[in-house]
Design a protein around this ligand. Structure first.
Ligand SMILES: *Cc1c(COP(=O)(O)O)cnc(C)c1O
Length: 395
């Protein structure tokens, strides 16, 4: 891991959950989880889970997969990896799947549709399910943002033939994704370990990220010697592999890369990530994310030129981030970014060829949505600081 680079790019507060002692605190009601939806295979990223789901669906050359025009760039390469063609369907102004447009794009070659529960807010999944049944399509429910958002009393991922999740977006882990199915057996999906280097890297990267934000100060002090040893060992390993160690030990998905690396197909998530998924308090994740979302929603009230993408937080929704619509997004993003606010722009780049003609709302959302973190490891002072920066930047 390149510590120098990380320090330079590091915002004042963590963009994603970092490990702390509180991560394991009990006493909250556990939400329904994607991992409760059916059979589960824990892999190293959400995009790898997408690729494996498409393979389970027997999607192959000549097939078409309906993909939302509003998407993460990581959703498309798995389709291409299967030799299939992505066909982009429209979304509405609130990112709701436009099933009429999807229906117009169904051909005899269409095999499946990806339905994304953006920012943790479920789509009309019963309608999406009915659409798939009517057209004989398989449904891949993308729960990358919705690990804990139940819908109509059912666990996330329950409406899709297959569902995927991205562990790093909800848990303080360096890598991880989930392939889940309520409807089909995953018995034939066998996973192998990612190797000793991967296991070490996954654990140490998560700890280092926590140390960078001083969330585990005592442990950090205790681990100073082992970390020094690790850095030395790392250097030696890198020299031996001519600098290739950093790219081969762990998937680039863990460093905000959009690359798709087929060598992580059928590889098990690290022991460290699996332990965190087992031990972390999911009730705390759900309760604090909802609380932080509502705090940011309140802070936004009355500010000129900005409004929440989803003003209402329905029961059972556990948000990934707090997305807001900005009238004039570029200066606001620049001001927040310069202040050290970990503001992000989901889908700011769309797949080549996808534009306002493909889908006016996707082009609009891609440009106007900025998102702030609302994860469980943000502290009250950090949320207040972020709200103050938002007020200052929007004024
Ligand atoms: C992040 C993301 C993915 C892929 O998850 P990774 O774990 O980063 O591979 C898939 N779909 C959406 C909507 C995402 O935001």
């Amino acid at each position: 891991m390149n510590i120098t680079k990380m320090t330079e790019a590091r915002p004042r507060i963590p963009i994603a959950p970092v490990l702390s002692g509180a991560s394991f605190r009990r006493g909250f009601a556990a939400p329904r989880s994607l991992l409760n939806a059916g059979q589960v295979r824990l892999v190293s990223s959400g995009r790898i889970a997408i690729a494996m789901a498409l393979r389970e669906m027997k999607v192959g050359p000549g097939d078409e997969v309906l993909v939302p025009a509003y998407h993460s760039l990581s959703m498309v390469p798995p389709v291409l990896w299967r030799g299939a063609a992505p066909v982009f369907y429209r979304v509405g102004p609130g990112a709701e799947a436009d099933l009429a447009d999807a229906a117009a794009k169904v051909t005899p070659a269409t095999r499946a549709i990806m339905v994304t529960n953006y920012f943790g807010f479920p789509q009309d999944l019963a309608a999406a399910r009915a659409f798939c049944d009517a057209h004989g399509l398989l449904m891949l429910e993308d729960c990358a943002h919705a690990f804990f958002s139940e819908h109509q009393g059912q666990a996330p991922g329950s409406f899709g033939d297959y569902a995927i999740g991205s562990s790093m977006k909800f848990f303080p882990t360096y890598e991880g994704g989930a392939l889940v199915s309520t409807r089909h057996s995953l018995a034939k999906v066998a996973l192998a370990g990612g190797g000793a280097g991967f296991e070490v890297k996954a654990a140490l990267a998560a700890l280092e990220n926590s140390f960078a934000y001083r969330r585990l100060a005592l442990l950090q002090a205790l681990l100073r010697l082992p970390l020094w040893l690790k850095d030395s060992a790392w250097g030696a390993l890198k020299r031996r592999r001519h600098g290739a160690a950093a790219v081969t030990l762990a998937p680039s998905s863990s460093d905000s890369g959009v690359a798709f690396e087929p060598r992580w197909i059928d590889k098990r998530s690290s022991m460290f990530s699996r332990a965190v998924l087992t031990c972390a308090s999911t009730g705390r994740i759900a309760a604090l994310r909802r609380k932080h979302y509502l705090m940011l929603n309140e802070a936004l009230r009355g500010l000129p030129g900005v409004r929440p993408l989803f003003g209402h937080l329905p029961d059972g929704v556990v948000p990934w981030q707090f997305p807001l619509l900005a009238d004039d997004p570029e200066p606001l993003f620049a001001a927040l970014h310069a202040a050290g606010v970990p503001v992000v722009r989901f889908a700011s780049t769309l797949w080549p060829g996808v534009n306002a003609q493909t889908c006016p709302n996707s082009a609009m959302l891609s440009r106007h949505v900025l998102a702030l973190p609302c994860h469980q490891e943000l502290r009250p002072d950090e949320l207040a600081w972020m709200a103050a920066q938002l007020r200052k930047a929007a004024a």
